[in-house]
Design a protein around this ligand. Structure first.
Ligand code: TXA
Ligand code: MG
Length: 375
């Protein structure tokens, strides 16, 4: 597999409309790769049944080829899934025989409840699924996105689309077309721009094992407590699902989704206030603290505001005025990118304390962002 992307002198960024959707679909049918909006983050898509297209995705991202891609499926409008697991088998994606009847019933219930939407299912793969799943994994990751533009491209191209997040390997996922341009300009031919992604965090990934046990491989908007009502759920860290020792989902590598700037987490405004006081005492002047950017979960209270008065205002951001998790998730990556772009010496980022739900997913991403770089 080639590691250098084919040179595209210019990356076209087109507003998503009838014409650009038709053009993107034709490009995909012809084996090209295209960055597309989804409800979670922008994806870099290629025909999942075309080995050359899949190789182009890996080359453009600079992604190691052992890391498999999620396959995105079209939703046929008005379709009621009588037996989604049988349907996925008939379409040549999964090996339903490798799932017990109970496991198949759980897959069916999960699909009916959450597709189209931000849930990726990792299931035993059919032997024919080769291109989208390089390496030796015996599974395939499938998702039916709900974004209307993504769905129209899927339907018009007639291709299932392998699509990782449209960023360079180990960088922050893009939630706007301009982020895709910042990451991949000159490395891909086309981005369809449909504005900011509604959710802003990557899909929840759940593996269903042969007996119907569920393993949460990546937390997301669809939370663990909701999933636990569908079957026995464990977090992947509680025990590997594959025999191999390499990470189940490289999203699980400790450092991933990382800004360039040194990132330090704190959990409460109280510990921030303490750090600010210590910093203030150790610095000659408040201006010397200008090299630090602050990202809070919600607007600071009066006490913190008073402390921050000496702080250059444009270096302090909060994700949601009133501490709303959906708004915070929606703005997380764009805010990190913006602060990262200021070339500061450090980012101090407030990390939610909750392990559950959307706050838990934000916590997961921030802990990875702040992990020490692997050498
Ligand atoms: O929201 C999303 O899921 C976005 C949008 C574009 O759909 N996609 C996305 O893809 O986040 P990516 O490649 O950036 O992250 C997918 C993760 C990777 O960590 C990959 O290792 C894991 O899913 N994955 C893919 N296939 C897998 C499999 N068969 N078993 C375990 N993990 C898998
Ligand atoms: Mg990614």
């Amino acid at each position: 597999m080639s590691s250098t992307p084919s040179a595209h002198l210019q990356t076209l960024r087109l507003e998503a409309n009838e014409d650009s959707i038709a053009y993107a679909a034709a490009q995909l049918r012809a084996g090209e790769i295209v960055a597309l909006p989804t409800e979670t983050v922008y994806g870099l898509a290629g025909n999942a049944r075309d080995a050359a297209a899949v190789a182009r995705i890996f080359a453009a991202k600079g992604r190691p080829s052992f890391d498999p891609l999620i396959v995105h499926l079209a939703s046929e409008s008005g379709e009621t899934f009588t037996s989604p697991s049988r349907q996925l088998e008939a379409q040549g994606w999964i090996d339903a025989a490798a799932l017990s009847e109970e496991a198949q019933a759980i897959v069916d219930r999960l699909v009916r409840a959450f597709w189209p939407g931000p849930l990726t299912l990792v299931l035993p793969r059919a032997p024919a699924v080769l291109e989208a799943v390089p390496g030796a994994v015996p599974t395939v990751a499938l998702r039916m996105p709900s974004h209307p533009i993504m769905q129209r491209v899927l339907q018009q191209s007639g291709c299932a689309l392998a699509a990782p997040s449209a960023n360079r390997f180990a960088q922050i996922s893009p939630t706007r077309a301009e982020h895709v341009m910042a990451e991949l300009q000159g490395r891909i031919p086309l981005v369809l721009d449909a504005g900011p992604c509604a959710i802003g965090l990557e899909s929840t990934i759940v593996q269903v094992d042969a007996e119907g046990g569920l393993a949460l491989l990546r937390p997301g908007k669809i939370g663990a407590s909701l999933l636990a009502s569908f079957g026995r759920l464990r977090r992947a860290s509680e025990g590997a699902v594959h025999e191999s020792t390499r990470p189940l989902a490289p999203g699980m590598l400790s450092r991933h989704y990382a800004p360039q700037t040194l990132t330090r987490l704190f959990e409460t405004p109280l510990s921030l206030a303490q750090s600010l006081r210590e910093l203030g005492a150790s610095l000659q002047s408040a201006r010397a603290g200008e090299g630090i950017g602050l990202l809070l979960l919600q607007a600071p209270d009066a006490e913190l505001r008073a402390l921050l008065n000496t702080w250059p205002a444009h270096y302090c951001r909060w994700l949601s005025e009133g501490g709303d998790a959906e708004e915070a998730a929606h703005r997380l990556y764009a805010s990190l990118r913006e602060l990262d772009g200021l070339a500061l010496s450090a980012l101090w980022v407030q990390c939610p304390t909750q392990e559950e739900g959307l706050w838990g997913a934000i916590r997961d991403r921030l802990r990875r962002a702040a992990a020490a770089p692997a050498d």
